[in-house]
Ligand binder design. Structure first.
Ligand code: SF4
Length: 465
């Protein structure tokens, strides 16, 4: 018997090679694989890093995970696999938010985290009695999670090899984010001992094998747990990066300990320089006037900071792009990621915009945070898209990259990784821009008298799921 687990492509327009640049090895499918009876032949396909063929990878049962931007491709794969006779199970954040939609394309849908349900799904499949929907009655404990079957992932496709997860859940409830709705508003943690054991097993001697990426949404969610974990990481001599909130700087002794345990970079959701936008995002607790000082403290400990910004809040007008770039420069971040506000199904933002009749597109493939899928308030949609693309271009211009790298001279050990990282971003950004332009030109060529944006919207509306 064969099980095929698939992570569909986020954006096939960009092509495989370019998608790989920032691809991290996923853990959800390797964990499901490890919960599958050992006599079953299991394969994992991550369409974001490898080419594959339906007939070659065809399993008796196929499990497909989907975030919103992956959903249309997940449904396409599900349809093809079912045509060939496989039973298909869909799971992940999007099927959890919209199980009835997902059930139209699958034999079964897993709502919520799969760990506590997968064994019964598999048993029911064996008996030929799959149910339409499987739901968790409570959130699974992370104690004694089996070791993820990383051996089933492609060896070459990822930026680095070792990803690890220690937390689930988030105590915050940002309006645009689906994390706390999917994983809950309290933190669940793996026992520190389990995490340390796993890192010991994965750690090798080469630089690549010593490098770890924590996939958690906030590595300092519970400060006492994080302190214990970081203390245990010190003797392991690893290097690591993670996501965190800027709160980390206010936790006594935390930043020096993180640096000592190998932390070299943090990805931080700064979202906006505008307090009204932060209030809208339900991130009022962020204080833009303190960002500079807090980032400096991280830098003083050799920790690079990548800040994430969102464009398109109701308070944003056409000045937001320049303001954000000036702000990013002033606070001294090392890298930035810009996205367009995207109302993911299941979030508070989606309900708000839907109630206000402002959802313009329900083609989920456009929900990758790089397209405008709703009617913004103070800015025309095409200007939002143009401003977003300008911000990427400007932030990663050769001049601005050089400026940031030279500015980091006191942290000389970071200069080379910083330069390489930014050049990768520049490369990816330029590729995306070329593809987006091509797509827009194609649309314009087929829609006389209609602006590219309107044309795009109308087509997407026609494609409504
Ligand atoms: S954006 Fe970050 S802090 Fe806010 S709810 Fe999501 S994971 Fe939590």
């Amino acid at each position: 018997m064969k099980l095929t687990l698939i992570s569909p492509s986020f954006n096939r327009d960009y092509g495989l090679t370019k998608q790989r640049i920032f691809a991290f090895p996923p853990l959800n499918l390797p964990i499901v694989a490890s919960l599958t009876p050992s006599e079953v032949d299991v394969e994992i396909v991550d369409e974001n890093v490898e080419h594959w063929d339906y007939d070659e990878k065809m399993g008796d049962i196929v499990g497909i995970t989907a975030m919103t931007a992956q959903a249309p491709r997940a449904y396409e794969i599900a349809t093809e696999m079912r045509k060939r006779g496989a039973k298909v199970v869909l799971g992940g954040i999007h099927p959890t938010a919209l199980p009835d939609e997902a059930a139209r394309f699958a034999d079964a849908v897993v709502v919520g985290e799969a760990e506590s349900l997968w064994k019964s799904v598999f048993e029911d499949f064996r008996r030929g009695q799959l149910k339409r929907i499987y739901r968790n009655s409570d959130r699974p404990s992370l104690a004694s999670l089996p070791l993820a079957r990383r051996d089933l992932l492609s060896d070459k496709g990822y930026l680095f090899k070792n990803t690890i997860q220690v937390f689930r859940g988030c105590k915050f409830n940002c309006s645009f984010c689906s994390v706390s709705r999917f994983f809950g508003r309290s933190y669940r943690m793996r026992p520190v001992e389990d995490v340390v054991d796993e890192i010991r097993q994965l750690r090798g001697n080469s630089m690549r094998d010593r490098f770890f990426g924590f996939l958690d949404d906030n590595i300092v969610g519970e400060s006492s747990y994080s302190t214990e974990l970081f203390q245990r990481l010190v003797p392991l001599n690893i290097l690591w990066v993670a996501q965190a909130t800027l709160d980390v700087v206010s936790m006594p002794g935390m930043v020096p300990l993180m640096a000592k345990s190998g932390c070299r970079g943090l990805f931080i959701g700064l979202e906006s320089s505008n307090p009204s936008s932060l209030t809208e995002a339900k991130k009022k607790w962020l204080r833009p006037e303190q960002f500079r000082e807090k980032i400096k403290l991280l830098h003083d400990h050799g920790i690079m900071v990548e800040g994430a910004f969102i464009f398109g809040f109701d308070s944003d007008d056409e000045t937001v792009f320049e303001q954000t770039l000036e702000f990013a420069d002033k606070i001294g971040i090392d890298a930035a990621q810009f996205t367009i506000l995207t109302p993911l199904p299941g979030t508070e933002l989606f309900s708000k915009l839907e109630n206000e009749g402002r959802i313009a597109v329900q083609d989920w493939s456009k929900y990758g945070a790089n397209e405008v899928v709703y009617w913004p308030k103070k800015i025309r949609p095409e200007k939002l898209l143009e401003g977003y693309e300008w911000a990427w271009r400007e932030f990663y211009s050769r001049w601005n990259i050089s400026k940031r790298v030279l500015r980091s001279y006191k942290r000389w050990k970071s200069m080379v990784p910083l330069l390489l990282f930014q050049l990768q971003y520049r490369h990816l950004m330029r590729h995306r821009e070329r593809i987006s332009k091509k797509i827009r030109d194609q649309l314009l060529a087929t829609a006389e008298g209609v602006s590219a944006f309107q044309c795009h919207r109308e087509r997407s509306l026609v494609k409504k799921m």
